[in-house]
Write a protein that binds this ligand. Structure first.
Ligand code: NAD
Length: 359
């Protein structure tokens, strides 16, 4: 039986979007409340100069609409930078559904969300994020073609994320030590899940020595079994003697408490938002640690989604993932010669690539 399209019930939300510090010239921020299914959602399109805005749909029990709005604005802006720096023809967007996915994620809600996406006529492409998964995107795909990441045979995009991290670690080694050989190098990985676990395998194959930690003892043991990695306590992983510290678990790990203890010469990992504050990039520079901007290092997943589009040849994916390393090499070289943080160069290069020449 066909499920009726979501009714367009908008109501004043009382959220100060335009004055939010995260607004930053968003092209569109759209709200939807669908009384029939219970959907309460926001889609934000930050910038689409390079192509349609892509971004995951986050399904979380936000405390209030203000928190949800700030999250979606911050994340969609981040997607613009990520797509631009990694040279794919996507813009930045994001969506959030306000609610507890364990009880409120029903087919009716996902279909109503799909109708919301469909109404934007391709300006926003939805994929998965916290609280949603591939199956949810497939469910949305029953009602809109503007979905990303579910192409047949494409596999798990975490493969490409891990490959991008691997390539970027190689580029950072070349920058710092003059060679991208992994033989004799030690990499300390925090979090060996989808990304960190695959990264560990790839690094072990390339001859690196590994040290791993995870809050899940099972995950750490599985990684150690496969790669002969040493396991350390999670509170110690950033302090171990290693050439590279690779955060692949959670954000905010680079902060005033951890940075003074980092022994590695390079920080390059898959986790999002590794810097607790922008000033932490400066603290890493002051300690002579090469910090590789996270949104470039972990861009392999979004590059994978780009190459899942019907009219884009999938065969270009591997070369594009290698290109992430070349882009990082350029950023690190420029940062080194200008004496500024790699984050500052990365942001500036991304902005050059997405800002509208006509403006
Ligand atoms: P995941 O949940 O599969 O793996 C995370 C692992 O980290 C798990 O094994 C978990 O037990 C462990 N962990 C959680 N909190 C920890 C902590 N405080 N200390 C140590 N270990 C901890 O997630 P994932 O898909 O591998 O993603 C990891 C990070 O990479 C996240 O920040 C995610 O946002 C980011 N990221 C992932 C992708 C992707 O393609 N999966 C793409 C871009 C960015």
């Amino acid at each position: 039986m066909a499920i009726p399209r979501a009714s367009r019930m908008e109501e004043p939300v009382g959220v100060m979007v335009l004055d939010s510090e995260f607004y930053d010239q968003h092209e569109a921020v759209v709200f939807r409340k669908d009384t029939r299914s219970g959907l309460r959602a926001i889609i934000a399109i930050h910038n689409s100069n390079r192509g349609p805005a892509i971004g995951g749909c986050r399904f979380l029990p936000y405390r209030n609409e203000q928190d949800a709005t700030e999250d979606v604005l911050r994340l969609s802006r981040g997607m613009t930078y990520k797509c631009a720096i990694s040279e794919i023809a996507f813009g930045g967007g994001k969506s959030v559904i306000i609610g507890d996915p364990s009880v409120e994620k029903t087919p009716a809600v996902l279909h109503a969300m799909a109708d919301f996406v469909e109404d934007l006529q391709g300006r926003y492409i939805v994929s998965f994020d916290m609280g949603t998964n591939l199956d949810d995107v497939r469910t949305m795909g029953q009602r809109t073609a503007h979905v990303g990441g579910i192409a047949d045979g494409a596999g798990n995009a975490s493969e490409s994320t891990a490959e991008g991290v691997f390539v970027c670690i190689g580029a950072a080694l070349r920058h710092r030590f003059g060679s991208d050989s992994f033989a004799g190098r030690t990499v300390a990985i925090q979090g060996v899940g989808n990304v960190g676990g695959r990264l560990a395998q790839r690094l072990a194959q390339a001859g690196a020595r590994l040290i791993v930690s995870d809050v899940s003892a099972e995950a750490a043991q599985a990684a150690a079994r496969d790669t002969a990695a040493e396991i350390v306590d999670n509170a110690m992983i950033h302090r171990v003697e290693a050439d590279v510290f690779s955060p692949c678990a959670r954000g905010g790990i680079l902060n005033a408490g951890t940075i003074p203890d980092i022994e590695a010469a390079i920080v390059a990992g898959g986790a999002n938002n590794q810097l607790s504050t922008p000033a932490d990039a400066q603290s890493l520079l002051a300690r002579g640690i090469v910090y590789c901007p996270d949104y470039l290092v972990n861009a392999g997943g979004i590059v994978d989604l780009y190459y899942q589009q019907p009219r884009i040849a999938r065969s270009g994916l591997a070369a594009h993932l290698r290109r992430l390393g070349a882009i990082l090499g350029e950023i690190l070289a420029r940062a080194g010669s200008e004496g500024v943080t790699p984050s500052a160069i990365c942001d500036a290069m991304a902005e050059e690539r997405f800002q509208d020449d006509r403006a």
